[in-house]
Design a protein around this ligand. Structure first.
Ligand code: SAM
Ligand code: SF4
Ligand code: FES
Length: 350
């Protein structure tokens, strides 16, 4: 066990070491792993926790991912679309509360794509914030348009780096389609985010190792990690949920593999385990994404059941996460919170 921690400290990230780190089921080992991730986080990205307000502006989706409650075949879900005015208004309120990044997320909803979304981005950029988009797979020209409108970052979780499992769970598309877009987004100058769902039905520990190597190989600027949570109105509704501890180990290992990436403590982590986001912030994470979707839409963005924050007042989450950060003895990020890359100079690290 000592040997595995030593290898990780030395930067030896081969398949065998990563697999052992995930498999060892020992409290003392896990504690050491989490402490190492926390140290790497502190040394590379410091004590600031960046707050990204997320507005889930439409739950309409043309895709049919097996795990997701927004999938097009879920006829039980009441669908909504926020108007551009509603979206911009919400972003403004977040900016007034001191938030420096607005994340716009939705199902793959053609209604906004690409021009309406470009207009929305242009308006929101006037508030002096960074804009992150998380709206799925579209042609390259759309990403280009949104970049020209001022979008800074793009989140497109890879879900699983196992190509066969990916195809099974996301029948409309493939891992290759995802990969193609990572290259486009990078070329266009976006900061790019990916990340796996942990505990997907059919996923093995070897698959999780490949997820870790995948995010390292692409050197993602952001990596979002969360457990699978079964939604009863999907084909995976009877499967078991992903495990919190394994997800936490994936967070910690991701920090060790990608010291300067922005890693959120995701809502799914807080949903499967009470206080899960706070724990993730102590095990490598440095970002938090308060739910900023207004009522009455918030409760309709049902990716999975039991999501935290759904029944809170719709202005609660930004002040709540700011208190959480202070409570952990950390600092609310003051800048835009873009990824900092460490540059080695003759004088040392900058
Ligand atoms: N439609 C866009 C996409 O798929 O990239 C963005 C929105 S999608 C709802 C955001 C993320 O929710 C997905 O990337 C996936 O990781 C996560 N998600 C969906 N269903 C989930 C579930 N049942 N359990 C855990 N995470 C889930
Ligand atoms: Fe649509 Fe995204 Fe859900 Fe897949 S994960 S069904 S693309 S919202
Ligand atoms: Fe939503 Fe605390 S972050 S209520």
């Amino acid at each position: 066990m000592k040997r595995v921690i030593e290898k990780l400290e030395e930067g030896v990230f081969d398949r065998e070491v990563l697999k052992e780190a995930l498999l060892i089921n020992d409290e003392a080992f896990n504690r050491e792993l989490f402490e190492l991730a926390d140290k790497v986080r502190r040394e590379n990205v410091g004590d600031e926790v960046h707050v990204r307000a997320i507005v889930e502006f439409s739950n309409v989706c043309r895709k049919n991912c097996l795990y997701c409650g927004l999938r097009r075949d879920n006829e039980k879900l009441q669908r909504y679309r926020m108007s551009p005015e509603e979206i911009v208004e919400r972003a403004k309120l977040a900016a007034e509360l001191g938030v420096k990044t607005i994340v716009l997320q939705s199902g793959e909803d053609p209604h906004y794509m690409p021009d309406l979304l470009a207009d929305i981005v242009r308006e929101i950029k006037k508030f002096g914030v960074a804009v992150t988009l998380s709206v799925g797979e579209w042609p390259r020209e759309y990403y280009e348009k949104w970049k020209e409108a001022g979008a800074d970052r793009y989140l497109l979780r890879h879900e699983t780096a196992n190509p066969e499992l990916h195809k099974k769970l996301r029948p409309d598309t493939s891992l290759e389609e995802r990969k193609k877009r990572y290259l486009w987004l990078k070329e266009l100058g976006y900061e790019v985010g990916a990340g796996p769902i942990v505990g997907l039905p059919g996923q093995t520990v070897e698959d999780l190792v490949e997820d870790l190597l995948f995010v390292r190989e692409f050197d993602f600027d952001m990596v979002g990690i969360g457990p699978f949570i079964p939604h009863p109105d999907t084909p995976l509704g009877r499967e078991k949920a992903g495990d919190f501890l394994t997800s936490l180990k994936v967070v910690a290992l991701t920090r060790i593999l990608l010291p300067t990436s922005n890693i959120p403590a995701t809502t799914a982590m807080g949903t499967v385990f009470p206080g899960g986001r706070e724990i993730a912030l102590k095990c490598g994470a440095n970002v938090i994404m308060p739910n900023w979707t207004p009522a009455p839409y918030r409760q309709l963005y049902q990716l999975y059941p039991g999501r935290i924050c759904v029944f809170e007042k719709d202005t609660a989450c930004i002040p709540c996460v700011m208190r959480m950060i202070e409570g952990l003895g950390r600092k609310v990020g003051r800048g835009l919170g873009e990824r900092k890359r460490i540059v080695e100079t003759a004088e040392g690290r900058e």
